[in-house]
Design a binder for this molecule. Structure first.
Ligand code: GLY
Length: 377
């Protein structure tokens, strides 16, 4: 089978490339699977159902009758090929480098080849990158097809696949071309986390810590008390963490789907993270971890957050084995941020904290930000 740079297709499953998922990390995850919880995200356009604890094997039950096509990546195909429903599969590349207009181009070619029409349902199965690309392809192909996701990484279950932001990177800019368009459903299958690369699994906790830090003190305390069990994939703990994180995001998205105010809080740490991702090979979650520490220190420097708050954030991220500092020349970071200035104007919205569990945004001029970053060096 040709696993080309962007997209190729396996026609109808089961296929030769599939194999059984590894079970080493499964622990007692069976209970997690038996306790599905649903969160409805209600926006003007639709109700998006987030199904926490649902199984990939039940996917077919959520699909409308008729044609469907799956967009996924090689890794999912390797572990879960046998469990996919019998629809044409488009396989896209992995990693941020695949989140491009070229990948979309390939996907559109495949949709044309398999005669996708307005009635075709698109299913994205994968982590944040697959969901971002599949959601965008579905949102614009023939002015919009119905779509849903099976979200397979922790980061995507708690953040990326939920809330209707989709798109691709363009030139050096992350998520520059995209749309707001809600998936009809998101299946968050805890069992699929067992085959995740451990580094990727841990990176997902950055978005969990973010959700807690910006709006839920008790989730933050829960994470402080249960990080080891969460890293061990204890079923009940992981379920609670995914559920609470999605609940926080759902509440914010319902208030401000198109990010004109409240939703900006979800970008806590991300202003810096995007620059860090441009400069390093860090995973998104790892860069968000470092970015949150920057943002927390900035909040302290400007007199909003006390030092103890900064220490708690750093410590929690460290406990999730996430990076909290960057071995990069600060000048490089500042120069990269200045280049981003082209699209932001003279000021930038930075999300800050005034206590653990409460965030707000401040417009800061780049010049002042630069001085603050130099100070923090
Ligand atoms: N990941 C941030 C948001 O969905 O708004």
């Amino acid at each position: 089978m040709d696993m080309g740079l962007w997209a190729t297709t396996c026609i109808l499953y089961p296929a030769a490339c599939s194999m059984q998922p590894e079970t080493s990390n499964l622990k007692s995850i069976a209970n997690y699977l038996n306790s599905m919880k649903t969160i409805d995200i209600k926006t003007d356009s639709k109700v998006s159902k987030i199904l926490i604890g649902e199984k990939l094997q039940n996917l077919a039950g959520y699909l409308p009758p008729g044609k469907a096509m799956i967009i996924t990546d090689e890794n999912i195909l390797k572990y879960y090929g046998d469990a996919l429903p019998a629809f044409p599969v488009i396989v896209m590349g992995q990693g941020e480098k695949s989140k491009t207009l070229e990948t979309l181009h390939e996907i559109f070619d495949m949709l044309l080849k398999y005669e996708a029409d307005r009635s075709t349902f698109i299913i994205g199965i994968g982590g944040g990158i697959v969901c971002d690309v599949a959601g965008f392809a579905a949102s614009v192909y023939m002015r919009g097809l119905r779509f849903g996701f099976v979200s397979t990484t922790l980061l995507s279950q708690v953040d990326a696949s939920v809330g209707g932001k989709n798109g691709v990177n363009f030139r050096r800019y992350k998520n520059m071309i995209g749309a707001f368009s809600q998936p009809e459903f998101v299946i968050c299958d805890g069992k699929m986390l067992a085959t995740l690369d451990p580094v990727e699994f841990r990176a997902g906790f950055a978005e969990v810590v973010k959700a807690a830090a910006i709006s839920n003190t008790s989730l933050f305390e829960y994470l402080e008390n249960n990080h080891e069990a969460a890293l061990e994939m204890e079923d009940a703990i992981l379920e609670k963490i995914v559920y609470e994180s999605v609940r926080i995001k759902a509440g914010i998205v319902e208030k401000d789907e198109k990010e004109t105010g409240e939703r900006r809080k979800l970008n806590f740490g991300h202003t810096f993270a995007h620059t860090i991702e441009n400069l390093t090979d860090m995973l998104h979650g790892e860069a968000v971890s470092v970015g949150m520490v920057f943002a927390a220190r900035l909040s302290e420097r400007l007199g909003f957050l006390d030092g103890k708050g900064v220490i708690r954030i750093e410590e929690l991220l460290r406990n999730f084995r996430l990076p909290v500092a960057l071995n990069l020349d600060a000048d490089k970071v500042i120069n990269a941020m200045k280049k981003d200035k082209k699209r932001e104007g003279d000021a930038i919205h930075v999300v800050m904290l005034d206590r653990i569990g409460h965030a707000f945004t401040r417009e800061i001029e780049y010049k002042q930000l630069e001085e603050l970053l130099y100070d923090l060096r």
